[in-house]
Design a protein around this ligand. Structure first.
Ligand code: GLP
Length: 255
């Protein structure tokens, strides 16, 4: 077997996203039935959009409640304020939180605007907050074409914690159209570390479309290495990749 990850292939992003949303809803319902808060790690980017749309639909049509859910987002660009439409704060509110019943005080997103000298202390506080919430029950991940998870660019340490990181050239050029040009893309970001992500009890990484086929092949079939931080997930006890046929197209099994 050349594959080093558990991997489910769906015909398209829509069907894969519905399957992921169902798993998230199951975690929320199971925890809430025991009177416990579900703690979710959430991602941004184009990849989770249909997952969030399905969670909103389940909230509106099936009564899925987020009142007893806490969320921790993976990352945020450094230097962007909440009202900037490229900030992850804006993204999360616009695409999920404004449409569900989660209490705002249960929402945690890395801050991109604290002064440089406060960043390290702020990041330690984020780690503590996750631990005090009981740790992440679930973490949703996309993957960057640099092999990053969150903004853990190569070469990120497998033990890394929440910190400031310098963005990879591929990441900045992928983001350039949304920012109206490379010169407007922030150079740095705050991200949960690989070690922070690894403490999640369950992890799902999603990837859709042919542009992710090469990095999915390197992550799923390649050796674990800091050149592709996503390969560290090969060692997680409860991690699964959910991809569409296009993102799976370079895998040996697709040939
Ligand atoms: C962004 C985010 C990642 C995301 C990745 C892929 O830069 N920081 O968390 O997974 O890049 O983005 P997309 O889903 O738009 O392809």
């Amino acid at each position: 077997m050349t594959e080093k990850m558990k991997l489910d292939i769906y015909p398209d992003q829509a069907s894969g996203s519905v399957a992921i949303a169902r798993e998230i809803a199951d975690i929320i319902r199971t925890k809430n039935a025991k009177g416990e808060t579900a703690v979710l790690g959430l991602a941004t980017g184009a990849s989770p959009l249909k997952v969030y749309a399905e969670l909103i639909r389940m909230h509106k049509e099936e009564g899925l409640s987020f009142k007893n859910v806490k969320t921790f987002n993976l990352d945020e660009y450094y230097g962007l304020t909440h009202d900037n439409d490229q900030s992850y704060w804006y993204f999360m509110h616009h695409n999920l939180f404004d449409h569900i019943d989660i209490p705002e005080e249960n929402v945690n997103i890395p801050c991109g605007t604290m002064p440089m000298e406060e960043v390290a202390e702020w990041c330690d506080g984020y780690e503590k907050k996750i631990d005090e919430a009981g740790g992440l029950d679930f973490q949703l991940l996309g993957i960057g074409r640099s092999g990053h998870i969150g903004f853990n660019e190569p070469p990120s340490d497998p033990q890394s914690k929440t910190r400031m990181i310098h963005l990879h050239a591929i990441t900045r050029s992928d983001a350039a159209p949304a920012f109206g040009g490379l010169e407007n893309v922030p150079t740095d970001a705050i991200t949960m570390g690989v070690g922070t992500i690894f403490k999640a009890k369950t992890i799902i990484l999603m990837a859709w479309g042919a542009s992710k086929a090469d990095i999915i092949k390197r992550t799923v079939e390649g050796e674990m290495s800091d050149d592709v931080p996503a390969t560290y997930l090969q060692a997680h006890p409860n991690c699964k990749f959910v991809v569409d046929t296009a993102a799976a197209s370079a895998l040996e099994r697709s040939k």
